[in-house]
Design a protein around this ligand. Structure first.
Ligand code: MTE
Ligand code: MO
Length: 379
């Protein structure tokens, strides 16, 4: 029996497998990737940057916007990537002469690009739904893949530059009447509208996790920004963190030039201040809230430390990535930064960090440490 011949590039006659289509969708995808990469770098360095790289504590909502954009651009990139792959996949069936070194390297670079992008978007998506089924650390892997993608993308664009330039502007397309009789379907414009529509739909139905007005239509968002105790989602419950509450012996300890120790009632009697600040989770949801508590800079003053001090924050949670965090000088000195005791008009719920938590402007949610029982002045 004779096997059917393997497909070749010519086996896919749709005129939409065309460099003009690849250029247009590639541009959209390129914008999404650039936004995602830059906002991702910002988030990464806020959590894990070199010591000389200091971020400002204002604008207070900046991280909320950048991380919202990060997850939004990554999500929108999924339909764009699928459309781009569909446009160009017949190229995979083009004959490749293994002796032709240039084209072989190019084909390999595309393999790296596509697989790293698919993996990046997939693990990023799983992260937004808080599922970590892999044995490797998420953030480091996500970060390394991002650089691989950017490198492979630059190679790809450089190789394709002549083609991209030739199709940057609109080129004539086959009209439906001039197509071969067995080929029917969308026009280019129809395809662009479909892809743009799909990307917009995906965006609108997920961005509500960080833009509360769109919360009601956020069917793709794993989180609703206003669902949770005290009108705020909980990322990690007290139970999951192994925190059970406090007894009469509980004290907040402050270690600085002077060592201080406060009961909860004593903390409540210190001057209380209010801040309206969001929790902006790295996973993409965010929500503004009203906090009340003691300014960190007031506590620094009480223990005799300079206003511009770095502060290590220690949670009652034992172990885990989020049990401690550090407030750089500018964040500790910012009058909005609180050791919060109250949220949206009532005492902190245990799941939100009772009896005391950190809330600071322009910071990833992971650094807004809950269940604080110790502050150490470290420099
Ligand atoms: N000790 C401790 N603090 C923590 C966490 C944690 O797991 N343990 N989770 C952080 C994360 S990832 C976020 S987004 C915020 C969420 O705060 P919320 O649960 O009060 O909304 O708390 C942060 N503080
Ligand atoms: Mo988070």
């Amino acid at each position: 029996m004779k096997l059917p011949a393997p497909p070749t590039e010519k086996s896919f006659p749709s005129p939409l497998h065309h460099p003009r289509v690849a250029t247009v969708i590639g541009r959209w995808l390129g914008i999404a990737v650039a936004v995602c990469f830059l906002t991702g770098l910002y988030s990464h360095f806020q959590q894990d940057g070199p010591a000389w790289l200091q971020f400002p504590s204002r604008p207070a909502n900046l991280y909320r916007v950048t991380q919202g954009l990060h997850v939004l651009s990554g999500t929108v990139a999924v339909p764009l990537l699928l459309a781009k792959l569909w446009t160009v996949y017949p190229k995979l069936f083009a004959k490749l002469n293994p002796k032709a070194v240039g084209p072989t390297i190019e084909r390999l670079s595309i393999l790296v690009l596509v697989s790293s992008m698919a993996l990046e978007l997939f693990i990023g998506f799983l992260n937004t739904v808080q599922w970590y089924p892999w044995p490797f650390p998420f953030r480091q892997t996500h970060y390394a893949l991002a650089w691989i993608i950017v490198g492979a993308l630059l190679v790809h664009v450089a190789v394709k530059l002549p083609l991209i330039r030739a199709h940057w502007r609109r080129t004539p397309e086959l009209t439906p009447e001039s197509l071969p009789p067995d080929v029917t379907g969308l026009t280019r414009r129809g395809l662009f509208r479909t892809v743009a529509g799909a990307a917009t739909l995906v965006g609108i139905t997920s961005v509500g996790q960080s833009a509360p007005p769109l919360g009601p239509v956020a069917v793709l968002a794993p989180r609703k920004p206003n669902v949770g105790p005290q009108g705020l989602p909980v990322n990690r419950t007290a139970e999951a963190a192994g925190v059970t509450g406090i007894d009469a012996n509980w004290r907040l300890t402050i270690v600085g030039p002077r060592q201080l120790s406060y009961t909860l009632d004593e903390l409540r009697r210190l001057p209380q201040n209010r801040s309206s600040l969001p929790i902006a989770c790295v996973e993409g949801w965010s929500q503004g809230a009203r906090w009340e508590g003691v300014r960190i800079r007031d506590l620094l003053e009480l223990c005799g430390a300079p206003k511009e001090s770095r502060v290590r924050v220690v949670s009652m949670e034992k172990g885990g990535f989020y049990a401690t965090s550090e407030l750089p000088e500018e964040f500790a000195a910012d009058p909005l930064t609180l050791l919060a005791l109250r949220l949206n008009g009532s005492e902190l719920a245990l799941d939100h960090g009772f009896p005391a938590r950190i809330i600071a402007p322009n910071r990833p949610g992971v650094l807004q440490t809950k269940w604080v029982h110790r502050l150490e002045v470290v420099g």
